[in-house]
Design a protein around this ligand. Structure first.
Ligand code: NAG
Ligand code: NAG
Length: 238
């Protein structure tokens, strides 16, 4: 059956919550406050490293970037963890939970064979497939996703245009027939620039503020995945 549209779901921070990783970090270092601070700085370096490497035309995979960013955040905070503890934190990526709004929203798609759903992530194939297949809450829905499209093949990170071109090529779908669903504003902006329709998941209800390219805004904004998917489905029906 020909698909009328492709829905490409971002994974970390969109379907899967990484909050359990911050909690585990707080447990390991024995301070909630410091754990939260280090987790925030870890996330900042993770993004910064991926963008810097892409700018430089240099590639390292997302797993390595994530681990190296953790080391940077720890050393800046003057906290020492041994290799086993670092490994324990990285292993948490294999048992992430979905956000509470995810499962009910995905149910709506099981009855829509005209729509092809894929995961679209900057993780490595191994990291992404482990995250999907080992997550207790997401794994029962794994068959909904026809493909796992990762940037590992392109060796650049979101929001580089090549990454979105790779999504269109992998799904054999024109940019304008793809919807990206993501909680990350930089992903919205990068996809919109390439002609992909982007839906931004604003779970905190803070409103759109990103002004990297003020003209590039999400086509749909919703506070839950359910709201976002319903709006996209009704747009497709028009
Ligand atoms: C990579 O994508 C994940 C979602 O799959 C997102 O949470 C994260 O912010 C992105 N990271 C980088 C380094 O671009
Ligand atoms: C990831 O890091 C390991 C060392 O821990 C290294 O051997 C490997 O080449 C790195 N991967 C990439 C793609 O750079």
């Amino acid at each position: 059956m020909a698909h009328s549209a492709v829905l490409a779901f971002d994974l970390y921070g969109t379907l899967l919550s990484t909050e359990s990783i911050s909690k585990r970090l707080s447990e390991i270092i024995g301070s909630q406050e410091e754990g939260t601070q280090i987790a925030a700085s870890w996330r900042k370096y993770q993004l910064e490293y991926s963008w810097r490497l892409t700018c430089m035309g240099h590639y390292d995979n997302f797993f390595n970037i994530t681990r190296n960013a953790l080391r940077h955040a720890l050393s800046e905070a003057g906290v020492q963890l041994d290799e086993e503890q670092v490994k324990q934190l990285m292993d948490e990526y294999d048992r992430l939970s979905t956000f509470p709004d995810v499962i009910a929203a995905l149910q709506n798609l099981h009855s829509r064979p005209d729509i092809k759903s894929v995961i679209f992530s900057n993780g490595t194939e191994e990291m992404v497939s482990n995250s999907v297949l080992r997550s207790k809450s997401l794994s029962p829905h794994a068959e909904l996703f026809a493909d796992l499209v990762t940037v590992d093949a392109v060796q650049k990170f979101k929001p580089a245009p090549e990454v979105y071109e790779h999504l269109a090529a992998s799904t054999k779908t024109k940019m304008e027939n793809i919807w990206l669903i993501t909680a990350n504003p930089f992903d919205v902006v990068g996809a919109t620039k390439c002609g992909i329709k982007a839906a931004w998941l604003d779970r905190n209800g803070r409103g759109w503020e990103d002004a990297a390219a003020p003209a590039l805004r999400p086509r749909v904004i919703g506070k839950s995945l359910d709201e976002v998917i319903k709006t996209i489905l009704s747009d497709l029906g028009k």
